[in-house]
Write a protein that binds this ligand. Structure first.
Ligand code: V47
Ligand code: SF4
Length: 359
């Protein structure tokens, strides 16, 4: 193993890429601290001491969904108890509240609603922009975009142009889960395939819209599935450069239907974040989503290659319906304190990673 770490250190210093085989060896290794130290080195060379955070608000406009992903405790069928769709005024009120609280971003996603027409989404974007033109709208996953294309009877490229026109600024990275068919077919058989997710995102990037990429881990996937997932992302990033951040999402098991899910301990979470930093050499930002990781693991991850924390969030349903025991919101002062106490430099950013203010 020492040989592996020596050779990887040399690769990082020479700016050389690590192979799938090496990533697998890292997943196999029990030397968490050595992996973390390498990831911290790779991160320091890219981002110095800065840790980015943003002031944002998540809005889940509806939880009604035609799919039934087994890991999802958030969605409901059309006639099921607990299903909701926000009225446009409720969405606008949340955006206005966010804007008054100094948010620079709205992160807005929802289920695949069986009845709403594509125009609903265009009108929602346009109304948000009319009310709060200064706020960046990061909305809809590749899964929703594919669904809109079907609803509208249009190509993904056409749908993206209309969404941009209506006010869409960028997209989050959800819906990626694990790309490999054997896993995807077990956890979300109705969802678009991994190949389709990548194809939609490639079209989005080519339309000049930035996105993130996620990976849902800690269910039934193995290390090879994780490396395969990251490999496809690395290849797409080589082609488009359109990804901003990679966000490993730690699986939360409550109220879900994934038999044999392994769950995510702190060691696995830190290892996965660190390996993603080492493997995804063409991603500038590795983001800890503290909602799923918990605050303390998210803070420690800043010594394991992570340089970005999402965000103030304010209201979170997807992880909390599945048992996440983190708070639902952090204020800016708490985020700054968390980063400072990790001995790093807090920098507020906007969605496109322009610096708003250092602390
Ligand atoms: O795609 C669903 C995940 C995602 C569970 O791009 C679960 O900035 C854990 O993508 N346990 C949506 N995860 C959230 C998401 C996201 C979050 C924060 C920032 C960004 C960004 C994107 O949530 C889904 C799915 O992978 N998810 N259920 C669960 N039980
Ligand atoms: Fe629907 Fe998304 Fe939940 Fe799957 S993860 S059931 S597509 S809301």
């Amino acid at each position: 193993m020492n040989k592996l770490f020596t050779s990887l250190r040399r690769k990082i210093l020479d700016g050389e890429r690590i192979t799938d085989e090496e990533a697998l060896q890292l997943f196999d290794s029990r030397d968490l601290l050595a992996i973390g130290e390498l990831a911290a080195l790779a991160n320091r060379r890219k981002n110095g001491d800065k840790v980015y955070f943003n002031v944002n608000r998540h809005i889940n406009y509806s939880n009604i969904c035609v799919n039934r992903c087994t890991f999802c405790a958030f969605s409901r069928g059309r006639d099921e108890d607990g299903g909701y769709t926000m009225a446009l005024n409720d969405v606008l009120a949340r955006v206005a509240e966010a804007s008054e609280a100094g948010a620079t971003e709205i992160h807005m996603v929802g289920g695949l609603h069986p009845d709403l027409p594509f125009d609903f989404y265009l009108e929602m974007l346009a109304a948000i922009k009319a009310d709060s033109p200064e706020i960046h709208i990061k909305a809809f996953t590749a899964v929703e975009i594919d669904y809109f294309a079907t609803l509208a009877g249009q190509s993904v490229g056409e749908v993206i142009e209309e969404l941009k026109e209506a006010g869409l600024d960028s997209m989050p990275g959800g819906g990626a889960e694990i790309f490999r068919f054997e896993v995807r077919n077990r956890i979300c058989p109705e969802k678009i395939s991994g190949e389709r997710w990548l194809e939609v995102i490639e079209t989005v990037h080519r339309a000049g819209v930035k996105t993130n990429a996620t990976m849902l881990f800690g269910h039934v996937e193995n290390a090879a599935d994780r490396v395969d997932h990251m490999s496809r992302l690395r290849q797409l990033q080589d082609r488009t450069g359109g990804f901003q951040a990679f966000i490993p999402l730690a699986f939360q098991p409550d109220n879900t239907r994934v038999p044999d899910a392994r769950g995510v301990g702190g060691v696995d979470a830190l290892k996965t974040l660190a390996i993603s930093r080492l493997y995804l050499d063409n991603f500038q930002h590795i983001k800890a989503y503290w909602i799923m990781l918990g605050l303390k693991v998210a803070q420690v991850s800043l010594a394991f290659g992570v340089n970005d924390l999402d965000g103030t969030v304010v209201e979170e349903k997807i992880g909390h319906e599945a048992g996440a025991d983190s708070p639902q919101d952090l204020n800016k002062a708490q985020l700054i304190d968390l980063i400072r106490k990790a001995d790093r430099l807090p920098v507020e950013r906007d969605t496109l990673y322009r610096e708003v203010r250092s602390y």
